[in-house]
Design a protein around this ligand. Structure first.
Ligand SMILES: C[S@@+](CC[C@H](N)C(=O)[O-])C[C@H]1O[C@@H](n2cnc3c(N)ncnc32)[C@H](O)[C@@H]1O
Length: 301
């Protein structure tokens, strides 16, 4: 019901000629948007749901209210949305759920039950260094992104996410080829340096955004574009369609727009919708000026 009223107030921003359906930013509850998505219509979903302090998360003049720190209640609240996400995915589609140490183990069990344990692809550990230190233990400096596939036939584009190969002390460089000899078997492995390598499931090369980053919008919990870019490039190609039901500052939408993927994103906070819209309109006009107009943008307030 709420969704229908919001849709009546749709605003369309045109960037130029495009045959793709409009991209959408929806000001609504995550669940109502996810269940309205036709079955099998999405190639990838990345979500970064709120969890932890049970308070207001404050950024530079921007804020949203977080979920209370009760993992069981969190899973009970999130599960219908995870189910709707699964149903909206195409057969080759994937869901990525961004969590931290407080909720990841609870949500992992729920996802195993929902998708099946054999649809679990990766537990991506995103490591960073900035932030507070701990005096009573090791600093908590990573988030976890759980990757689940809709079916056994999931898409993966390793060549789209290669990173520079760093030479270890056990590597010899000969004519742009790195050589590694297996000490036990004596076998020699050769890797062309220019091709780079597919990252492992722990990522240490993407730092959290600092205060002076150009990318920073001031919205709390904003994730780096490079992080979401690696996720989307790994499982989608240009022209595919992605979703984020907890859009926040609009990182997923901004990355999708830049990479030529279609998108639908939602958030229940007016601040988030305003920040995301501003970001996308600015980037859309930049892309149009550079000669690659993204499709029209529909803003459902
Ligand atoms: C951790 S932030 C997302 C940050 C985002 N990944 C970014 O890079 O900016 C979580 C977002 O979920 C939104 N949110 C919380 N509960 C929601 C709900 N029930 N439906 C839609 N959005 C919700 C909050 O307003 C907040 O913007």
């Amino acid at each position: 019901m709420e969704q229908i009223e919001l849709d009546l107030r749709v605003r369309r921003v045109e960037f130029g000629a495009s045959t793709r359906p409009a991209d959408r930013i929806v000001h609504a509850d995550a669940h109502s948007v996810a269940v309205a998505e036709p079955a099998g219509s999405l190639d990838a979903i990345y979500i970064d749901p709120p969890f932890g302090t049970g308070t207001i998360r404050q950024g530079r003049g921007l804020r949203y209210s977080d979920r209370a720190d009760d993992p069981d209640a969190f899973v009970a609240w999130l599960s219908p949305l995870l189910e709707a996400s699964r149903d909206a995915l195409a057969a080759h589609g994937s869901l990525f759920v961004h969590l931290d140490y407080r909720a990841v183990h609870y949500v992992k069990v729920a996802l195993d039950r929902l998708f099946g344990r054999d649809r679990f692809v990766n537990e991506i550990v995103w490591c960073y260094a900035v932030g507070g230190k701990s005096r009573r233990g090791f600093g908590r400096k990573h988030d976890t992104i759980l990757w689940y596939a809709r079916t056994d036939d999931w898409a993966f584009y390793p060549d789209a996410v290669r990173v520079p190969r760093r030479g270890g002390s056990h590597m010899r460089l000969v004519d742009g080829i790195q050589e590694k000899t297996d000490r036990k078997t004596g076998r020699v492995y050769r890797y062309p340096v220019h091709a780079g390598k597919v990252p492992e499931d722990w990522w240490t090369d993407i730092e959290t955004l600092n205060h002076s980053d150009r990318e920073r919008t001031g919205y709390p919990s904003q994730k780096p574009g490079r992080l979401v870019e690696r996720v989307l490039c790994a499982v989608t190609k240009p022209g595919d369609r992605v979703a984020d039901w907890f859009s926040g500052s609009g990182t997923t939408a901004a990355v999708a727009q830049r990479l030529g993927r279609g998108f639908v994103v939602a958030d229940r906070e007016a601040d988030a919708i305003a920040v995301c819209t501003k970001r996308l309109v600015a980037q859309g006009h930049e892309l149009a000026r550079a000669g690659t107009p993204p499709p029209a943008l529909e803003i459902h307030r």
